[in-house]
Design a protein around this ligand. Structure first.
Ligand SMILES: *[C@@H]1O[C@H](CO)[C@@H](O)[C@H](O)[C@H]1NC(C)=O
Ligand SMILES: *[C@@H]1O[C@H](CO)[C@@H](O)[C@H](O)[C@H]1NC(C)=O
Ligand SMILES: *[C@@H]1O[C@H](CO)[C@@H](O)[C@H](O)[C@H]1NC(C)=O
Ligand SMILES: *[C@@H]1O[C@H](CO)[C@@H](O)[C@H](O)[C@H]1NC(C)=O
Length: 519
């Protein structure tokens, strides 16, 4: 199979492929629900009648937000030269690094129009719902002090950190860096607050501990992922600002690199298999997936490779570049211990993502819809599901490609860094509204600033910080937060996901039935 891939790579001449213009729209809205209903109706028609009617047209229409149609952007020459505040390292043997005091404390953007945030922002309200009617007391928050990795205090636009534990690698550092950039992007907009942050893999605030008539309210704890059984409050993980330990650059950079490569080779010209590369040892789910690898006896249409991080690290990560992994029509996503930061890289490829139904989700994944943005694969039936997905896709190229593109468009439009910051901002604003105590800087806390973090470090760690450093306040307003789901809407949303998945399962059952009849 390596040969197969080698040969295939050799065939690709990066310059001979036309560069496809890619979704230039920048609307922050995912597909509307009616779109998906229509897609489904036509999907059913196609599968039942074998009709060649293309439903692609309906499928690819994203909702256009009103604000987008208002040509409110002024000419560039009217704008005064933008003040930038780059990293200013002054550390020397005679003078220690200080936090520059010249960054603006407030900024009113010139643009007065605003766009609606992507739909997945509505989950901010869901995450905070447990405290909606009661608010959050200091006692509630302090209850997680023994599990949290750090406490964040925002006071007068400055960030203070009280460290409790060291997490794996530099997860806390990356997260704090991201928060500092938020403060730089929106000076004066992040309210005073105190919160506890947890950096390990698995969610920790279990719903089951806080149910029943006399149950205590759960403590609010910020974290990167949760599942159906937990109440952790979701916050973007460190990888958006890079993950230098495994040679991953900032999300903005990685996204650009992936996009560039993905444009070099069209979907239909990619290898017609499902690809995965990673470390299978982190979870049984991944180890299990390895049984779907093609053997001499049977081909499940999967091409699976083990990532040996140690070997990669000593060979300059040449074999693990994310942007070089867009040469298959299908890419498999499988979570690790909990959520996996790889979701966004896999989804960005313009390949069709075969997603082994995740148990855990990060802040945006729960807003994505099976069949619309990715092809769901059941954990307990994965080899057969992968086999079917690839066969179906290779026989329905337009439709399979459209799913891939729709997933990638979600990354491009809904997960740009502006929205990652907007999500953080809205979450913190809504959270701060719930606080029933006055935030205070504890004696053991340290004031953080970009210079204090970046100046002492070097290598990719430093590069990632410089690349992701916000050099001036945002000239556009944050997007507007959509309202909470009412219970009915939320139910419908979840049902829509289940319906989509169920439909695929029906087709697949039919597929295997027919196959068995033939033999
Ligand atoms: C899957 O099969 C290919 C081809 O035989 C092989 O190169 C690769 O190492 C296998 N992957 C795993 C995880 O065993
Ligand atoms: C960098 O910081 C030093 C010391 O605080 C200051 O004198 C200098 O003007 C700053 N440089 C820039 C470009 O802001
Ligand atoms: C300043 O530089 C010295 C060595 O050059 C280093 O040990 C120290 O950590 C740096 N301090 C800060 C605050 O950057
Ligand atoms: C899900 O499917 C059921 C049964 O086919 C249907 O009645 C229901 O309206 C669907 N729900 C959504 C949200 O599409």
């Amino acid at each position: 199979m390596e040969d197969e891939e080698e040969r295939f790579r050799a065939k690709i001449d990066p310059w001979s492929h036309e560069v496809r213009p890619h979704g230039s729209s920048s609307t922050g809205r995912p597909l509307k629900s009616w779109t998906s209903a229509a897609v489904f109706a036509s999907f059913v028609v196609i599968i039942l009648c074998g009709s060649a009617v293309s439903w692609l047209d309906i499928f690819i229409f994203p909702g256009v937000s009103l604000s987008q149609m208002i040509p409110a952007k002024r000419g560039h020459r009217e704008l005064p030269q933008k003040m930038e505040f780059p990293l200013n390292c002054t550390n020397s043997s005679t003078m220690p690094q200080t936090c520059p005091a010249n960054y603006p404390k407030k900024h009113e953007p010139k643009e007065s129009y605003t766009v609606a945030c992507p739909e997945y922002f509505r989950w901010i309200h869901e995450d905070l719902r447990p405290w909606k009617s009661t608010g959050i007391t200091r006692e509630m928050m302090e209850r997680t002090k023994h599990i949290a990795h750090f406490r964040l205090v925002i006071a007068n636009g400055n960030a203070y950190i009280e460290h409790y534990k060291r997490p794996f690698q530099t997860r806390d550092v990356g997260t704090i860096w991201g928060i500092l950039q938020l403060l730089r992007l929106y000076p004066g907009k992040v309210p005073d607050l105190e919160l506890m942050f947890y950096c390990n893999d698995r969610p920790v605030i279990m719903k089951s501990h806080y149910q029943g008539p006399n149950a205590a309210l759960p403590p609010p704890l910020f974290h990167y992922c949760r599942d159906e059984t937990s109440l952790d409050i979701l916050f973007p993980d460190w990888s958006f600002w890079g993950w230098h330990e495994v040679n991953i650059r900032t999300w903005a950079n990685t996204y650009q690199a992936i996009k560039k490569k993905a444009k070099e080779i069209e979907w239909k010209d990619r290898m017609p298999y499902a690809y995965w590369k990673g470390n299978p040892d982190v979870s049984p789910k991944r180890q299990d997936l390895m049984t779907c690898n093609a053997t001499d006896e049977y081909d499940w249409n999967a091409r699976l490779y083990v990532q040996n991080w140690a070997a990669e690290s000593s060979h300059g990560y040449k074999e693990s570049r994310l942007e070089d992994q867009c040469i298959h029509r299908y890419k498999i996503f499988v979570e690790g211990q909990a959520w996996s930061v790889s979701d966004k890289y896999i989804l960005a490829c313009d390949s069709t993502t075969l997603m082994i139904e995740p148990v855990y989700h990060d802040f945006f994944l729960r807003g994505m819809i099976p069949v619309e943005h990715y092809w769901p694969i059941r954990l307990n039936n994965k080899c057969r599901d992968i086999k079917f997905a690839v066969e179906w896709g290779n026989n329905h190229i337009k439709e399979a490609q459209a799913i891939g593109e729709s997933g990638s468009r979600f990354m491009e439009e809904n997960l740009k860094m502006k929205y990652v910051y907007d999500y953080m901002l809205h979450l913190l604003v809504e959270y701060a509204k719930l606080l029933k105590f006055k935030p205070e800087v504890p004696a053991g806390a340290t004031k953080y600033c970009a210079e204090g973090m970046a100046c002492p470090v070097s290598g990719l760690f430093r590069t990632n910080m410089e690349d992701s450093m916000v050099k001036s306040p945002s000239d556009s307003l944050p997007c507007t937060l959509p309202p909470p789901y009412d219970p009915r809407e939320l139910q419908d949303f979840m049902e829509r996901k289940r319906n989509n998945t169920r439909l695929l399962e029906m087709w697949e059952a039919e597929y295997w039935n027919n196959l068995n009849k033939k033999h």
